[in-house]
Design a protein around this ligand. Structure first.
Ligand SMILES: [Zn+2]
Length: 303
């Protein structure tokens, strides 16, 4: 990572945050009152934005589907705020064989072209498996070795594109168990998780944005913006000022982020990729052996 790039602008952001602390969150027109964070913000506060289930060209580049569904361009939005993010992609979408499907279903452009653009603009591409099969179902059907192969298959296609082997795996639905997590970690990956066994700064914050497609009543109220910001404020009150936020490549998420990114910047956050995040935020992984942090929660509402 470029340490210079990461820390540039932190002084300005700290000043903004100081003003916010002096004048209070009400001055910002926020929908709820937020207590000052327990930890002084001067140490630097990091957000790793992460996106699952892509690459989806019409969301990344902006466009309209034959169905009429349209999206503003996520990559342009991130560029506007000089934000670098991390994309957990499905390996199959990067294959030439997926070009026809992607053109038809996801906005006229091959998915791998959109992924190349993600990489070209300096974002990180990580592993959301090749086929996005639920681990529990796949293990029952094909065995755990099949899952490990599926992960490696995704890494191979990602590495072919980016030149970098993915370092992080996010299981579909976050559905995993300790023995499998150990096996994945033994292959050199970090497993992304919402587990309470992880240090708080390394627990995925679930935006639940997948509920905000169409009119699903499970979409957080009063809005997903409030839901995500509320989780961050609660974590700040507990002294946690670094967060990994989990989103999906969805048109509604691009809209949400067009409000959330400037709000978080105003609150003093710098945006980094996961590899940059890991350089600054102690994780504990790899220090006491693979899998040592895993006591994975199951049965949560997960995606
Ligand atoms: Zn997924």
């Amino acid at each position: 990572m470029s340490g210079v790039g990461l820390f540039q602008g932190r002084g300005q952001r700290s000043l903004c945050l100081l003003l916010a602390l002096v004048y209070g969150p009400a001055a910002a027109g926020l929908p709820f009152s937020a207590a000052p964070p327990a930890r002084p913000p001067a140490a630097g506060k990091l957000i790793a934005l992460t996106f699952d289930d892509g690459p989806k060209p019409y969301v990344l580049l902006g466009g309209r589907l034959p169905s009429g569904r349209s999206s503003a361009g996520l990559l342009d939005l991130l560029d506007r705020y000089h934000v670098k993010a991390t994309f957990f992609v499905m390996g199959w979408r990067l294959e030439p064989a997926a070009d026809g499907y992607c053109r038809r279903a996801d906005g006229g452009v091959p998915c791998r072209v959109a992924a190349e653009e993600v990489h070209r603009r300096g974002h990180e591409i990580e592993n959301h498996t090749y086929g996005h099969g639920n681990f529990r179902q796949m293990a029952k059907r094909y065995g755990e070795a099949w899952i490990l192969k599926d992960i490696d298959r995704a890494s191979a296609v990602i590495q072919k594109m980016t030149g970098l082997k993915p370092e992080y795996v996010r299981p579909p639905d976050w559905d995993i168990w300790p023995e499998l997590a150990h096996q994945i970690e033994a292959r050199g990956y970090h497993v992304m998780s919402k587990s309470a066994a992880l240090p708080p700064a390394w627990r995925d914050v679930d935006s639940e944005d997948y509920f905000c497609v169409g009119r699903d009543p499970r979409c957080p109220h009063p809005s997903d913006f409030d839901f995500v910001l509320g989780q961050i404020v609660r974590r700040e009150r507990q002294g946690v000022s670094d967060h990994i936020l989990t989103f999906h490549e969805l048109p509604s998420t691009v809209e949400l982020l067009s409000r959330l990114v400037p709000e978080l910047e105003r609150r003093g956050y710098a945006f980094v990729t996961l590899r940059q995040y890991s350089a600054d935020v102690p994780a504990g992984w790899g220090r006491s052996g693979p899998g040592s942090h895993h006591r994975v929660d199951t049965g949560n509402r997960q995606r």
